[in-house]
Design a protein around this ligand. Structure first.
Ligand SMILES: CC(C)(COP(=O)(O)OP(=O)(O)OC[C@H]1O[C@@H](n2cnc3c(N)ncnc32)[C@H](O)[C@@H]1OP(=O)(O)O)[C@@H](O)C(=O)NCCC(=O)NCCS
Length: 204
């Protein structure tokens, strides 16, 4: 496994570690942060399983899932969780969540840009897409702000909280993505923390 290290102006993404469970629980166990997600607040045991699965996915070959810890640049503590899962036809779906204390500072937008950097720059994908709850206004604004286009609606996409729920979908194509200012995907900032063989993202 070649660990992924992504750096943006204020955020970084790194591989998930067993020690991330409590910080991830602060996000995935929070009723407010999970209000519009496709699952109910997670227990510690469930979050532990997510941590374990994230680490297993990182070691799978070929790797199709990138479940990454979001941190502040230069810091180690997990403040959010991001996932990119590849699909056939050079595509991937993304998902992300930040700790409530970090909302409203532009970090959600930066998160989507970092996932685009991973998908387009590192993995050479053509299309990245995301789905949100129809009620998730923050996600709607964040996906548009990052340059994605609303595609449409998947009816009865997920069964959650005892009912079927539609999703609104968004996508962005490789030639449409315009990285935010200061998104330095060639940054070696995390290299010192990376295990031997760790890679930073090559420039576009
Ligand atoms: C979605 C989420 C990542 C957004 O993170 P964030 O750091 O607050 O987003 P940003 O600060 O980058 O804001 C991006 C845009 O969303 C808008 N926005 C943020 N929160 C909002 C809210 N509650 N209602 C309406 N708009 C909101 C911002 O004003 C900004 O829009 P603008 O640039 O047009 O002014 C965060 O709310 C979150 O983690 N939510 C819980 C998990 C989740 O819903 N994930 C998405 C699953 S699809």
């Amino acid at each position: 496994m070649t660990p992924v290290h992504l750096a943006g102006p204020r955020l970084a993404m790194r591989e998930v570690e067993p020690e991330d469970t409590d910080d991830l629980l602060a996000v995935y166990g929070d009723p407010e942060a999970t209000r519009h997600l496709s699952f109910e607040p997670r227990t510690r045991e469930q979050v532990q399983a997510i941590t374990d699965r994230s680490i297993a996915a990182a070691n799978a070959s070929p790797r199709t899932e990138y479940c990454l810890a979001i941190t502040r640049l230069g810091e180690h503590r997990l403040i959010g969780y991001a996932r990119l899962a590849t699909e056939p036809q050079e595509a991937a779906t993304i998902g992300f969540a930040l700790h409530q204390a970090e909302w409203g500072k532009g970090l959600g937008t930066e998160t989507v840009h970092l996932l685009c950097a991973l998908g387009f720059n590192v993995l050479g994908l053509h299309r990245i897409w995301a789905a949100r709850s129809p009620l998730n206004k923050a996600s709607a604004r964040t996906l548009l702000r990052a340059g994605m286009t609303e595609d449409g609606r998947i009816r009865d996409h997920v069964f959650v909280r005892g009912a079927w729920r539609d999703s609104i979908t968004y996508s962005i194509l490789e030639h449409e993505w315009a990285p935010i200012d200061g998104l330095d995907t060639t940054s070696a900032l995390d290299r010192s923390a990376a295990p031997p063989g760790g890679e930073t993202v090559p420039g576009r």
